[in-house]
Design a protein around this ligand. Structure first.
Ligand SMILES: C[S@@+](CC[C@H](N)C(=O)[O-])C[C@H]1O[C@@H](n2cnc3c(N)ncnc32)[C@H](O)[C@@H]1O
Length: 271
């Protein structure tokens, strides 16, 4: 196994960085942004794919970039410096595993930072958590978490009292981190599957969450429409420039609401 990650650093206006980095969603393993640059982390095997994406977006956008490598162990240590607590609506607090402070939030999620996506710092995760609170999902029984990453949303749902939760992610690094985060957060009984979300066909849940990326979300939306499910589908991982394309693919479903943080949006869909 290679001991290093391949790192692509993009330099541009902060407003353009989210758009630029979204082009790499399907192959990047993680990201870290700061001021007017963002580091995207990849396996060495993805270099060819990343270079071809770079070539395409170079035509459309103005940005600089460079390549580097980072030792996996150093990455974990550096990342610890940036993992500060995240509070959402004063109800949910997400903290790193070394934080022993007392918090008065109703729901406390404790995570160990690893390569799995989902520390609560990303706007898409914060938006979907706001939706979970807004739609009072503690009143429901079952939830399907598509693109579960670190398990942050599933753990919150379990803490809210939902009994049947299935969490799916195709990234093999997620399962260990997911199990670790469940035990740190004192929850159990969540069914985690390492699998492609498009190969999972049971949509018979009260709530379906999908914080992935535009292309995966459009595929999920199409499947949701054909399925007999009556679930509420809450989507994130979308930029505001994707909204019109989502509306074009909504069929006879209804958009209940959409909320925004910076360029990121979350949309709730019902039949
Ligand atoms: C933006 S992260 C969301 C993580 C977490 N749910 C959160 O809200 O912070 C998206 C996750 O979807 C996973 N993913 C992307 N495409 C997938 C697919 N086709 N099947 C399963 N998981 C996928 C990625 O591995 C990543 O962990």
């Amino acid at each position: 196994m290679n001991e290093s990650w391949l790192v692509l650093t993009l330099y541009s206006k902060t407003t353009d960085l989210n758009i630029l980095s979204s082009y790499f969603d399907t192959c990047s393993l993680g990201s870290h942004d700061c001021d007017e640059k963002i580091n995207l982390y990849f396996d060495f095997s993805s270099r060819h794919k990343v270079e071809s994406i770079l070539e395409n977006i170079n035509v459309k956008y103005k940005f600089e970039y460079d390549w580097s490598t980072e030792n996996k162990k150093n990455w974990m240590e550096n990342w610890k410096d940036f993992f500060t607590p995240v509070s959402i609506n004063n109800e949910v607090i997400i903290i790193p595993d070394w934080d022993e402070k007392t918090y008065n939030h109703k729901y406390k999620i404790k995570l160990c930072p690893a390569m799995a996506f989902g520390t609560g710092h990303h706007e898409s995760t914060q938006l979907i958590i706001q939706q979970m609170l807004y739609f009072k999902i503690h009143k429901y029984d079952s939830l399907l978490d598509l693109g579960a990453g670190s398990g942050i949303l599933s753990i919150l749902a379990k803490k809210m009292g939902l009994s049947k939760i299935t969490s799916i992610d195709n990234d093999p690094v997620c399962m260990d981190n997911f199990n670790q985060n469940c035990s740190l957060s004192d929850v159990s009984g969540i069914n985690f599957l390492t699998q492609d979300v498009h190969e999972f066909n049971d949509y018979n849940y009260d709530i379906i969450l999908a914080n992935i990326d535009k292309n995966n979300i459009i595929k999920i939306l199409k499947k949701y429409q054909k399925n007999k499910t009556t679930a509420r589908l809450i989507l994130a991982g979308l930029l505001d420039i994707n909204f019109s394309e989502i509306k074009e693919n909504i069929g006879s479903c209804i958009i209940e609401n959409h909320i925004q943080e910076g360029e990121w949006i979350s949309i709730s869909v019902k039949k």
